[in-house]
Design a protein around this ligand. Structure first.
Ligand code: PEP
Ligand code: MG
Length: 565
């Protein structure tokens, strides 16, 4: 049989080969007419199923907390809330009173709640998966269907599913499961987030074609976002070869002796261990807004203090760059009552909110950060997101200084942390020189910088090809930033920094640090060690002279393969 390639969204840049195991929760609903239904008995069955579901969720919560971490486990609290939400429960009880068997009432009751969430954007749409999870749990209990045990699959299984809900993914044993692929789901779906936390190769959002693959050996290429069914020997060899570079705990230099720091991006405490295990030199981006997601109210000062202290303690000899809250845009937080904006990416987000409506949260966060730094050996650096004006940077810096003075007045010894600005807007790139004279460091966020330079929404696949940091317009914004800073340390923490195919180009553009998801740290370190900085600069200069993305990609392929395109 010849190989067949299916495309989706790569969730983790890892590759694995294994045998397909389909996971299909399937329920047979009873066929009974209204006069055969005893409403009282059905209400009782529903109540018992709810109670059992609650017990299961509490057990799974404890299990996920132990295996993955408290933040991931918190999703089960959300499920318990959905399970007991009167707005979902009442229509189910009413439908039972009107003669529907409990199974049908549950199916219909959840269907309308799911449809409402699906109509929303981004992470809210992903909550529809949580509701499906709760619905399927109730239907399984009501119909007495056996559950497929995802925690006990043969070694080397690649799980295929319509979708994987949080409780499904929490059951997967990363020792046995080689990877997974799903019909639905996006980069921010829980399945994708869990895959990254567990370093499992995964591709999501493949679409209907996935259903056609059964009983096959497959390669899951989370880097290319592809699933290859019936791979030939060459593909399998390649998949095995690209698996993992050796971990280097020490810092790396180019072949001709230029030091480049390689740090990890993290969003939750549970990811810190992965960063140390994979040899990151420090944390180049702590996306602190992740501490605020999937919960009912913001973490208080002490909870944040603990999270930051843990990060600093994990890297006693390295820098930990903590980005202050970047809320808004694609990161809504329901309890903060964000304004309904026509263009949230161009609206009130990042430092704009911290200096405006979220100033109290900003202050709490800065206090927690400075307290953590005063008690831990690690080197704290604070970074502001979405800076577009010099005044924003200065106001943020002043807030840090005021809070440091308050803490010092209580007798606490708090050293001044390094303070930096992200370069994510064209304005910040043009102002790099002015920001660099006021900041201790800059870090280029290519995810947003590309979106704003190219005017291409980072979450809209219709303009996906435009949202590409290899475009010479983006490369020139990066070069301008590095050149304008006259020696100020410049790192990069957008996804571009973690693409090993671009490492040499980025070394040539003159970055001091590259920060990425922990999984790619070993590969990028290996690439740096193989790079000659003079050749890298020549490559970057040639790329900067190109007028099109195609010109740049052809140059990179030619350089990598040594063959003219
Ligand atoms: C970026 O914009 O490149 C970045 C690192 O920030 P985030 O992806 O969190 O917006
Ligand atoms: Mg950003």
């Amino acid at each position: 049989m010849s190989e067949r390639t299916l495309s989706g969204v790569g969730a983790t840049p890892l590759t694995a080969t294994g045998e397909v195991v389909w996971y299909r929760p399937d329920f047979e609903l009873p066929d009974r007419s209204a006069d055969e239904v005893d409403a009282r008995a059905e209400r009782e069955r529903f109540a018992v199923a709810q109670q059992l579901a609650r017990e299961e969720l509490e057990n799974e919560r404890a299990r996920a907390e132990e295996r993955i971490g408290a933040d991931e486990a918190a999703v089960f609290d959300a499920h318990i809330q959905f399970l007991e939400d009167p707005q979902i429960e009442q229509p189910i009880v009413d439908a039972i009173e009107n003669g529907l068997p409990a199974e049908h009432a549950v199916r219909d009751g959840y269907e309308s709640a799911i449809a409402q969430f699906e109509g929303m954007d981004g992470r809210m749409a992903d909550r529809a998966d949580d509701l499906r999870d709760v619905r399927d749990r109730l239907l399984r209990l009501l119909t007495g269907t056996d559950r497929m045990d995802l925690s006990d699959l043969p070694d080397g299984s690649v799980v295929f599913a319509e979708r994987l809900t949080p409780s499904d993914t929490a059951q997967l044993d990363p020792e046995a499961v080689a990877g997974f692929a799903t019909v639905t789901g996006g980069r921010t779906s829980h399945a994708a987030i869990f895959a990254r936390s567990l370093a499992l190769p995964a591709v999501v959002g493949i679409g209907d074609e996935l259903r056609e693959i059964e009983d096959s050996e497959v390669v899951v290429d989370g880097e290319a976002g592809e699933v290859i069914a019936d791979p030939d020997e060459r593909t399998c060899r390649k998949a095995t070869r690209t698996e993992q570079a050796d971990v280097r705990s020490e810092s790396v230099m180019t072949a001709d002796g230029e030091s480049i720091e390689v740090a990890a991006n993290v969003g939750r405490p549970v990811e810190i261990e992965g960063a140390t295990e994979r040899g990151a030199d420090g944390i180049g981006l702590y996306r602190t807004e992740f501490l605020f997601l999937d919960r009912e109210e913001p973490p208080d000062e002490d909870e944040q203090f603990e999270a930051y202290r843990e990060a600093l303690a994990a890297f006693p000899d390295g820098r930990v760059v903590v980005r202050t809250l970047d809320i808004g845009g694609d990161k809504p937080i329901p309890y903060l009552d964000l304004p309904d904006e026509d263009n949230p990416f161009l609206g009130e987000r990042g430092i704009r909110r911290s200096l405006g409506p979220d100033s109290a949260l900003f202050e709490t966060q800065l206090r927690a950060l400075l307290r953590a730094a005063s008690e831990t050996a690690g080197d704290l650096a604070i970074m502001f997101p979405l800076v577009a004006r010099v005044e924003e940077f200065e106001a943020g810096r002043e807030r840090v200084e005021e809070i440091r003075e308050d803490l010092r007045a209580t007798g606490m010894a708090v050293d001044a942390p390094e303070i930096g600005s992200m370069i994510e807007t064209p304005a910040a790139a043009f102002l790099a020189e002015d920001l660099a004279t006021r900041a201790d460091f800059l870090s280029i966020g290519t995810n947003d910088l590309t979106q704003y330079v190219m005017a291409a929404d980072r979450g809209n696949e219709r303009v996906g090809p435009l949202h590409d940091p290899r475009h010479p317009a983006v490369l020139r914004a990066i070069r301008h930033t590095v050149d304008a800073t006259d020696g100020t340390w410049v790192g990069m923490c957008g996804e571009m920094a973690g693409d090993p195919a671009l490492t040499e180009l980025l070394v040539g553009l003159g970055l001091d640090e590259l920060s990425m998801s922990a999984v790619t740290v070993p590969e990028v370190k290996a690439r740096i060690a193989d790079t000659d900085s003079t050749a890298a600069r020549t490559l970057a200069d040639r790329a900067l002279r190109k007028s099109t993305k195609r010109g740049v990609t052809e140059l990179l392929t030619e350089h990598e393969t040594g063959v003219d395109q």
